[in-house]
Write a protein that binds this ligand. Sequence first.
Ligand SMILES: [Mn+2]
Length: 361
Amino acid sequence: MTPRRIDVERFDPDGAGDPDGSVFGLPYTAEESSVVLIPVPWEPTVSYGRGTAQGPASVREASAQLDLYDPELAIHGLARPWVFGMHMLAEDPRVRGWNETACRLAAPIVEAGGVPAGDPAVSRVDQLGAQLDRWVCDAAAAWHARDRIVGMVGGDHSTSLGAIQAAAAVHEGLGILHVDAHADLRVAYEGFAHSHASVMHNVLEQVPGVARIVQVGIRDLSAAEARRIADEPRVQTFFDHALRAAAGQAWEAQCASIVASLPQSVYVSFDIDGLDPSLCPNTGTPVPGGLDFGQAMTLLRVLATSGRRVVGFDLVEVAPPPAPASGAPGPAQQWDGNVGARVLYRLAGAALLSQGARDPA
Ligand SMILES: [Mn+2]
């Protein structure tokens, strides 16, 4: 990626963000921007709390009120990541349509806690999931080909597969930094192969360009997933409990160990439920424990300054609370989106910093 510089005069970062702007209140088009964000409102196999199909919209809405000066990246020469241009594309109505169809088919199955393999409705949901993967992969690949940093905003975690396929196609030997409460290594969940709980299994099986998955914050998994972690040389897992047990060791040093496990080209797959659930109370599958916000920010900063290149990323499983019966959503309604927007801004900043972007003189 060659960082693109945009016309900074068109935006006042100290003013109130433009709520109609594409993301972070910025007025720049995808054409002008170094970072292009693809919203993927998708949640058919969500098994517990719903709402993550509204994730991209909730992040976009809350992002308008962020301050865009980054004091932590400033130390490394990138206080103003936004000057390289960031844009979130509009949602594609076809994706919304496929999601509605797949949710309708999946609802009774999820309600029943799953069905035997071979059920026709399960197969149809998996087919729609495969169709979604192709759409996400093509959309991401088009912007990779145009030398942009591509970020995907889900949707449930299954949406990451297509985005990882696109990144791995152009970055052989790709490593995934996977922040999550869950290992997501199930072969299938409730019958669905294209499940949010199976995404990293699907990456291992279907994306040969991925050399390694480094998991952080994991604290909710099945015995079969634990065996897979133990037996699979491509997966290294920094369990939440182990990070806590090493709490005497400074977090910075723990981040250095995590990052040292990754190859040169890195894609970050950030499930918001990797964070403490007070930071994502409406996410679909919250789990107590996890990273606090500062720990996550430090991890991404250590990654960005390690000499590795962050070539793409996603943010998934952000979900707003149900809309209020009346009136406009207030700050409490926007909390999940607010935290998500801050993670997204740091992901974009970390990718830019890792690829050589620095503040203009
Ligand atoms: Mn998760």
